[in-house]
Design a binder for this molecule. Sequence first.
Ligand SMILES: *Cc1c(COP(=O)(O)O)cnc(C)c1O
Length: 393
Amino acid sequence: MQQALMQTYGRLPVRFERGEGAWLWDDRGNRYLDALSGIAVCGLGHAHPAVTRALREQAGRLLHTSNLYRIPLQESLAAALCKHSGMQRCFFCNSGAEANEAAIKLARLRASRLGIRRPRILVMEDAFHGRTMATLSATGNSKAQKGFEPLLEGFVRIPFADLDAVDAAAAGHTDIVAVLVEPVQGEGGVRVPPAGYLRGLRERCDRNDWLLMADEVQTGMARSGRWFAFQHEDIVPDVLALAKGLGNGVPIGACLARGDAAELMQPGSHGSTFGGNPLAASAALAVVETISRERLDERAAELGQRMITGFHRELDGLSHVRDIRGLGLMIGIELDRPCAELVRQALADGLLINVTAERVVRLLPPLILDDSEADDIVRRVARLIRDFPATDS
Ligand SMILES: *Cc1c(COP(=O)(O)O)cnc(C)c1O
């Protein structure tokens, strides 16, 4: 019955019915080990009891009131996110694109207060920020943009992980007001910038009075091995976009800000009907409390190390393996050829993985893996990669 759906996705022929922890079951009773977590969403795994309990209780009490009224759960969630991130205020929406959309609007609003009429935001090649018109325009993927022109103006694109390019852009334009950047590029191929990159961006933003806006939609909520990936560099951005792992599958996004960026929005400036409603806020609050209680940030760092070490042991020396890299539980294995076919092979083997940027095997497993599940993923992915050249047509 796929005919009634717009054909926006190339879907794999499997239908899941149930999940528990790092495991999913399809409608024929087959079991799969999930090394993707619904694309970095279900960080606590499937059917986590704390999230289930929060949702059950809240669903029976109150789903939605609108933001015409105070929402205590939303206020608590904002306070908890500010505490863990060092930010000061929080705006809630329903997706990553909307979180970035709010960030872009903040940068423009600040520019207008400063009297800058045609503000520009620095964005990176191969970045992914979402599919709304503004975030698609900020995204560095011409295939995703094709057919949707005219794109929004006001973005200047430079190479990722290149501070000289930032300086060149600063010299070439007087109207830059912000930098929007993923601390690790996810869709772009799990690209981890060299140490010091974010710190270098922070310095340049300070020097030029630009906002540093971190898109942590994928890296945030402990996936990188810290609560937020910027914490690896001991800096704090001015604006922070979150979504994916925030609700463990309940749609919720957030745009956080500090300093003058936190004071820009006034009643009527921006809004979202569903944003931070009681149901979504209850799920996200359960996620925050669970990460905190179970120290899942530290656990993600430990598991990430364990898996990267395992992959080196299993794959080092193979000529078709170009690179093994990652941060926490964002892991990429780059091959020397397109390898989308591995996704189907893994599925047939009862394992969920992803391939991005054509030749990068991407793993985003849940943070609640036990050691043997982590080792199982390494063994199975390594076997698929080892055998790949033989099955490659
Ligand atoms: C997934 C993603 C987005 C878009 O999130 P949606 O919820 O799909 O709108 C934005 N930025 C990054 C870094 C992402 O990984």
